[in-house]
Design a protein around this ligand. Structure first.
Ligand code: S3P
Length: 434
């Protein structure tokens, strides 16, 4: 499926983005362990997150879904071996976190996924889980999916992550819940902390100690995980497309309502402000577990190229393709560094982001760990941006096309359904009438 995106002068209006993907994944898994009935409000009804529901159902949880309202009846910690392999689709998060979740239970689970998932590095979770005592292997033997996890008795370990990755950290914390003793994960830089917040909200023994997060395990005993209602805020990574589009189109005013504002996810807002964008947060609500609020951008403020690197990269890693798009609208060059992790996302996002920009005539230079984007070039329309099966490249490409001289074709947009099925409706809603 292709989109033909016509340029627009400006965007105007208010949108709500769908529920947070990271939170939807984590809630599906933890509610499946609880002893009762949990209700998730605003669950992300995207392909990746529907795979998460199917997976926990196959492990024994009860799942009822009506749109974005999901009721999960937990297993009380009695997971069962699924009848067949679990489909992870395109989701690295689901694969890695689920590998950790099941590792402490007496089950055998196979995790398989699409071509992109089969090329993504899984040793990063298999290795620490094996050290904890799980039989966790890559079936092809190349460190990639399909994976087979035979869970069992685990022992807590202290482990320093080789890269700042919330997925590895979370896999270990979830495994650590059932291990003997304490599991301690040291992060080279702070990554998103949704798992820690969620475990704490559930009353589980998790704590931060400087650069480390620790969880005390139950040594195979059942966990006492309460069932409850969970409101899921909008996904800031989805909001980023509209906020960048509004910042780059003078005369725009766009408000995204009820966006998750967890500081470990919102470094892109600081970057936009540093580039000169007019961003305002209102109605900030510090709920017991995840803050949320409304974010408004007003286009027209002059934007300047900046350096984006260092520890904050982990807190804006998913927004880098669309930040590269705003960089093209800025004065001067934007330098993205320390972002080698982009190479192992749903696509090699250093290569695919550069190709997206080049398809519209934006000068870009790539490096091993990032890219330089020259601002101020005319965005040439008439061409084709290939998503390469990567949802964020398709959507970032569409945002770039809004400022082009002519319509741009975005090739291969079915992948957008993995994270933001209503993206095109959102775009329609924000185009000014007449
Ligand atoms: C995620 C963590 C990030 C991010 C991914 C979702 C999560 O990956 O890129 O989209 O939900 O934990 P890493 O932590 O591996 O960088």
């Amino acid at each position: 499926m292709d989109w033909i995106i016509a340029p627009v002068g400006r965007l105007q209006g208010t949108v709500a983005v769908p529920g947070d993907k990271s939170l939807s994944h984590r809630l599906a898994m933890l509610c499946a362990l609880s002893g009762g009935r949990s209700v998730l409000h605003g669950y992300l009804d995207s392909e990746d997150c529907l795979h998460a529901l199917d997976a926990v159902a196959a492990l024994g949880a009860g799942v009822e879904r009506e749109g974005t309202r999901v009721v999960i009846t937990g297993t009380g910690g009695r997971l069962r071996t699924p009848d067949g392999p679990l489909e992870m689709g395109n989701s690295g998060t689901l694969t890695r976190l689920l590998a950790g979740l099941v590792a402490g239970y007496p089950v055998e689970v196979r995790l398989q996924g699409d071509a992109s998932l089969q090329s993504r590095p899984m040793r990063r979770v298999l290795e620490p889980l094996a050290r904890m005592g799980a039989d966790a292997v890559s079936l092809p033997g190349n460190g990639c999916a399909p994976l087979r996890i035979r869970g069992g008795r685990l022992t807590g370990i202290a482990y320093t992550l080789p890269v700042a990755s919330a997925q590895i950290k979370s896999a270990m914390l979830l495994a650590g819940l059932r291990a003997r003793g304490t599991t301690r994960v040291v992060e080279p830089a702070p990554s998103r902390d949704h798992t820690e917040r969620l475990l704490a909200a559930l009353g589980l023994p998790v704590r931060r100690d400087g650069a480390a997060v620790e969880v005390d395990g139950s040594d195979g005993e059942p966990l006492d995980i309460p069932a409850r209602d969970w409101p899921i805020p909008g996904d800031p990574s989805s909001a980023a497309f509209w906020l960048v589009a509004g910042a780059a189109l003078p005369g725009s005013e766009v408000t995204v309502r009820q966006v998750g504002l967890n500081p470990t996810r919102c470094a892109f807002l600081d970057v936009l402000r540093e580039m000169g964008a007019d961003i305002e947060v209102s109605g900030l609500r510090e709920t017991a577990w995840e803050p949320q609020g409304d974010v408004t951008v007003r286009g027209g403020a002059p934007l300047r190229g900046i350096e984006i690197g260092g520890a904050r990269i982990a807190n804006l890693i998913d927004e880098l393709p669309v930040l590269a798009v705003v960089a093209a609208a800025a004065r001067g060059t934007t330098r993205i560094r320390d972002a080698a992790e982009l190479r192992v996302k749903e696509s090699d996002r250093i290569a695919t982001t550069a190709a997206m920009l080049q398809a519209c005539g934006v000068p870009v230079e790539t490096r091993d760990d990032g890219l330089d984007v020259a601002g101020g070039a005319v965005i040439r329309g008439g061409g084709v941006i290939a998503s390469r099966g990567d949802h964020r490249i398709a959507m970032a490409g569409a945002v770039l096309a809004l400022r082009a001289t002519e319509p741009v074709t975005i090739r291969g947009t079915a992948c957008v359904a993995t994270s933001y099925p209503g993206f095109i409706d959102g775009l329609r809603a924000l185009r000014p009438m007449g």
